[in-house]
Design a binder for this molecule. Structure first.
Ligand code: ADP
Ligand code: MG
Length: 481
């Protein structure tokens, strides 16, 4: 039997407001427990929530960015449940009328084609506090600093058909909220959290299978692994005569497995009702139009523009638009170097590797985009070879100055003077008569590899500065290739 995987994601993005969604307490991460929870967050009697306008603006920015319907009138509702880190006994969320309705985002599949994934809705809600089980032996500590932090819960349609697609979608949403500057996207600190709903069905069947909801996933790598584990588990279960039950399962990264946490509650278990302490949010057209007008160029538009204007492949355009700062960096390099493709390669490969090695963000890159463009320009105009350019780049990275200064100071200018190259070639041939004889006696097929020896010797003699193409041509001519 062939099985098809069906996945829908619920993503909680912590909005980057300075204060909480219904109080003036700070949202900064990492403070001493319970120092950032005011009377509203503690749920003391007699206090009232006041909506933070910035959270509304951020939610609408997200909605317009994914071309979603914006709820002209959205309503806050109480979601009732008991848990020690929820002092009010209910969470303020949105239920029937969310602030963001249907929208969509585009993901790139591995074969380079694009797929639209539907976003069902996105609603505003407050976060709960945290239960700390580790620090107190036999007890549980409650930290309410996080209580009342604004969240945007983004719910997708069950449109994804593999773990890879789910990761591509989650990365896209992550990219969008970061482009918009409405969420810092830090998965380790929990400011961007994914729950994956996973089911399987026989290939060709219309009806969806029963889903399990996977929680506790704090990286894209774990998202992929959790889904793959869960798909295998469900298939094995069904094939051995069992049934998948609707439940919440916890992903354990140490064991790379999911295990049952609780049976899933239904909406009516929560006794949702409109919160009488908060007015409905009514948005007028001018407000929405102003937000739409103020949006930055979003990833899809940027990617398509990079493909069109710079002739980049979908995959390269995707890589170079991963973040706004990287995209800006690339565009400056493309402009200053005068070669958009060479610029793309050098930014993705050499610069990317160096940033990776040092664990640096592009914003902290020690080589400014203009300087990097200057280096690429010297490869383009044949002042240096790609190999020497790597050496120059290392020196730039170490703070030795711009490409031109380093090339002059170290005498790295490429030798294109054919007389000088010819002299080096003659010397190498004269000092290696045996190899010359072997080369001339060898069959065609073996020669290119043998030529490499001579090229290497000439390059060594010229300290890597001879123009490689000229060296090759001269050698072939002299050896009779
Ligand atoms: P809840 O809040 O109870 O988890 P929702 O209706 O908000 O329920 O749906 C949660 C997510 O589950 C959505 O992203 C939806 O696309 C996804 N989903 C629904 N049915 C299935 C299914 N059969 N298989 C996989 N995902 C599903
Ligand atoms: Mg859910």
């Amino acid at each position: 039997m062939q099985w098809e995987t069906v996945i829908g994601l619920e993503i909680h993005a912590q909005l980057a407001t300075k204060s909480k969604i219904f109080s003036g307490a700070s949202t900064a991460f990492g403070a001493e427990p319970n120092t950032q929870a005011c009377v509203v967050d503690l749920g003391l009697p007699g206090v009232l929530p006041v909506l933070n306008g910035e959270a509304v603006t951020m939610a609408v920015r997200f909605g317009t960015a994914i071309e979603a319907e914006i709820g002209r009138r959205s309503v806050f509702a109480r979601k009732n449940y008991f848990y020690p880190d929820l002092p009010k006994g209910y969470q303020i969320s949105q239920f029937e009328s969310p602030i963001v309705g249907r929208g969509h985002v585009e993901i790139l599949l591995e074969d380079g084609s694009a797929k639209l994934i539907g976003v069902t809705r996105a609603h505003l809600e407050e976060d709960a506090g945290k239960s700390l089980h580790e620090d107190f032996h036999g007890q549980t500590g409650i930290d309410l600093n996080r209580a009342g932090t604004p969240l945007l819960e983004i719910v997708s349609e069950p449109d994804m058909r593999s773990a890879k697609e789910a990761v591509a979608y989650a990365r896209r949403i992550h990219q969008i909220v970061r482009y918009l500057g409405i969420c810092d996207g830090n998965m380790q600190e929990g400011s961007f959290r994914c729950d994956a709903n996973v089911s399987v069905r026989p290939m060709g069947q219309k009806a969806f299978g029963t889903r399990a909801e996977l929680k506790n996933i704090n990286s894209f790598r774990f998202l992929e692994r959790a889904i793959n584990f869960e798909v295998e588990r469900q298939i094995d279960l069904i094939e051995s005569g069992g049934k998948v039950v609707l439940e919440t399962r916890l992903y354990d990264p140490n064991r790379d497995e999911t295990r049952s946490m609780r049976s899933k509650e239904e909406a009516n278990d929560y006794r949702y009702f409109p919160d009488p302490d908060l007015l409905p949010v009514e948005l007028d057209e001018d407000f929405i139009a102003a937000i739409t007008a103020g949006l930055p160029e979003m990833p899809d538009a940027k990617r398509h523009r990079f493909m069109k204007d710079y002739g980049l492949s979908a995959a390269d355009a995707e890589a170079l638009t991963a973040g706004r700062a990287l995209a800006d960096y690339y565009e400056t390099v493309a402009k200053t170097s005068g070669d958009v493709r060479l610029a793309a390669n050098w930014v993705m490969v050499e610069l990317g590797a160096a940033l990776n090695r040092e664990g640096l963000d592009i914003l902290d890159c020690p080589v400014k985009a203009e300087s990097f463009g200057g280096l690429v320009a010297r490869i383009k105009d044949d002042t240096i070879s790609g190999k020497i350019a790597k050496q120059v780049f290392e020196a730039m990275w170490a703070g030795e100055g711009d490409a031109d200064a380093i090339i002059e100071a170290r005498g790295l200018r490429q030798i294109t003077d054919s007389g000088a190259i010819e002299a080096a070639v003659d010397e190498v041939l004269a000092t290696n008569p045996q190899q010359v004889e072997n080369y001339r006696a060898a069959d065609e097929a073996k020669r290119p590899k043998m030529l490499g020896f001579f090229v290497g010797q000439v390059m060594k003699r010229s300290q890597g500065k001879a123009n490689p193409q000229q060296v090759n041509e001269l050698l072939m001519a002299k050896l009779g290739g």
